[in-house]
Design a protein around this ligand. Structure first.
Ligand SMILES: [Zn+2]
Length: 379
């Protein structure tokens, strides 16, 4: 996540804070100091309310950090690499690397965060009772009471069975354990997340229409859930369709290569005659410069077609996905990358071009993944 302030490392996990959290910390302190605390414990100075408000907000974010750290520590225990934790507007995000090894591991990672939040809630509830019994100042009691409430809320809210919430991952783990199909389980909890996100958005809009400005938070939360659920559903669907398919099974081998320094008019004729729509482009200095398509060739106006070079309308390698023949197609498709063109260039270990994957190849394999895996792999 960008705009992140790095705080340091805990157990090898880098911890950062997104700027939006500072705004939320200020808002939480302010709403406690100017509203909730004076209402609960009247008669103190405004300095005392602010001190209590800031302390409570600080302890709340330490609680969120503890929640996220427990996900990270359990993930490390089951052998996953944890890239980092970022605390932001709506809590925390742990960046885990690699595949979750088993359904039990998924369950353990998912449950650990809410378990820590509920445990913290119970500890703060105990401290609330103890500080009443000891006759401590009302503000101490109120701060402990608020922390107990907010941690229990955080733990229980996160257990709602809808991805990307922890409860969604619990659901994934349970379904995966039951029918053994990891990606079907992922798709189900992502669909639940979509339903849940829509409901939360609806509640937010309802609140806003009713004149409650807090509705903006609800709406933001709903949009976040919807966006994340949509992304997870996309990844799950790709896995379900092409889980075992290798790049070599899908690619068009030895595609027609365009010569980058030929003029557009000359190559357009060759291109149309070839019956293909996309062509890897050879660079002047050797190697492959990128991909050119019929559509891009057609963007050159008629008066420039004999002057413009194929390279002038080529999508560069930096804007394309590349792969090796033995890569799993699903890993290539789901690796995060901003692409300018959906085509995938396939290179062997020596960096020679061996194939091209087009959207047509992809839709063919998506329609019938078995057809691709049954094709005998070239030696
Ligand atoms: Zn969590």
């Amino acid at each position: 996540m960008q705009n992140t302030i790095r705080l340091g490392r805990i157990r090898g996990v880098s911890v950062g804070v997104h700027w939006s959290l500072l705004v939320v910390a200020a808002l939480v302190s302010w709403s406690l100091a100017s509203g909730q605390l004076p209402a609960a414990v009247p008669g103190s100075s405004s300095g005392a309310y602010w001190l209590a408000g800031i302390l409570a907000a600080g302890l709340f974010f330490v609680s969120i950090l503890a929640h996220e750290m427990s996900h990270a520590v359990v993930a490390q225990r089951v052998g996953m690499r944890v890239e980092g934790i970022t605390l932001w507007l709506l809590g925390g995000v742990s960046k885990l690397e690699g595949k979750v090894p088993s359904a039990r591991a998924e369950l353990a990672i998912a449950v650990s965060g809410p378990a820590v939040s509920v445990a913290l809630g119970l500890v703060f509830a105990g401290l609330t009772i103890a500080s009443v019994a000891l006759g401590l100042h009302g503000l101490v009691v109120a701060v402990f009471g608020w922390l107990a409430f907010i941690n229990l809320l955080l733990g229980l809210f996160n257990l709602l069975p809808a991805a990307p919430l922890d409860g969604g991952r619990v659901l994934t783990g349970l379904l995966w354990l039951r029918h053994g199909d990891e990606w079907r389980a992922n798709a189900t909890s992502a669909k639940a997340g979509r339903v849940f996100g829509t409901i939360v958005c609806g509640v937010g809009i309802f609140e806003l229409l009713g004149g409650s400005p807090a509705g903006i938070w609800t709406l933001l939360l709903g949009l976040f859930v919807l966006y994340a659920a949509r992304g997870e559903l996309g990844v799950a669907e790709v896995h379900r369709r092409v889980g075992d398919v290798l790049v070599r099974d899908v690619m068009t081998a030895d595609p027609v290569v365009a010569t980058g320094w030929q003029n557009v008019a000359y190559f357009s004729d060759i291109a149309r005659a070839s019956g293909h729509r996309a062509f890897p482009v050879a660079a002047w200095e050797g190697g492959i410069a990128g991909v050119v398509t019929l559509d891009r060739l057609a963007t050159v106006p008629p008066e420039n077609r004999t002057l413009a070079r194929v390279l002038d309308v080529t999508v560069p390698l930096s804007g394309l996905r590349t792969a090796r023949p033995d890569d799993k197609l699903v890993d290539v498709l789901t690796a995060p990358k901003a692409v300018l063109d959906p085509r995938i260039l396939v290179f062997d270990d020596d960096g020679h071009l061996v194939g091209l994957i087009t959207p047509t190849d992809l839709s063919r394999v998506a329609a019938d993944p078995g057809a691709a895996t049954r094709t005998p792999a070239p030696a």
